[in-house]
Ligand binder design. Sequence first.
Ligand code: 9D3
Length: 248
Amino acid sequence: MRIDIISVLPEMLTATLDASILGRAQARGIIDVAVHDLRDWTTDRHRTTDDYPFGGGPGMVMKPEPVYRALDAISDLHPDTPMVVVMSPQGRPLDQALVHDLAAQSRLILLCGRYEGFDERILDRADLEVSIGDYVLTGGELPALVLVDAVARLQEGALGCTDSATDESFAEGLLEYPQYTRPAVFEDKQVPEVLLSGDHARIAAWRRRESVRRTAERRPDLLVHAHLTDEEREFARRIAEGETTHGD
Ligand code: 9D3
């Protein structure tokens, strides 16, 4: 998979991309990420990428001409047609289902802004606008890195352990169960007895129940799409409604 990222702060991206799982995936040729400085496609002496908004108002707006030139030039670097993704607070919220769709593309171009917004004509070139959540950041660079990290770990061979990507809680629609390691007793806190029992059926049943419990307590919104038995759904409903006895 090939990913091109356009930004006026390219150094903010390169440092992170060369490190960690992304650096390894890049070194192994699983993904090829290239970072581009938007100013390379400006033509004026000051390498201007933003301007005042027509109609007035606060902040600056990203100019269309450098972005159009960058998209044309970067598209031509590779034979496949890229999916153009603009990182924007107004975008579709990123979730694991969208990450899977993006990971299936052969090419992405990610456009990051550092301004109050994009000239609307830039968005005519976007196949998709993506947000990483409802909080205010200073630009699209960190969201682009989040997207690349999530997409890269789904590429074949990017992970150390091959089934880690499929055996994840969001795939099941439930939060993960509590985990423990040694020692069995730490500061008077005992690891649940069932986990020391060696009874794999009982352990699996306990973990499943704790996943349902946690999801009902912390993220009841996820239960809408979770695959639960009738009994699990009844258990989850009792917890979500705040009943005090959630006995096992
Ligand atoms: C406070 C300024 N805003 C209200 C008029 C608009 C605004 C413009 C640009 C708010 C944030 C930004 C910069 N953010 C991004 O470019 C961004 C982002 C984000 O802030 N949160 C979550 N996902 C994303 S994706 C891109």
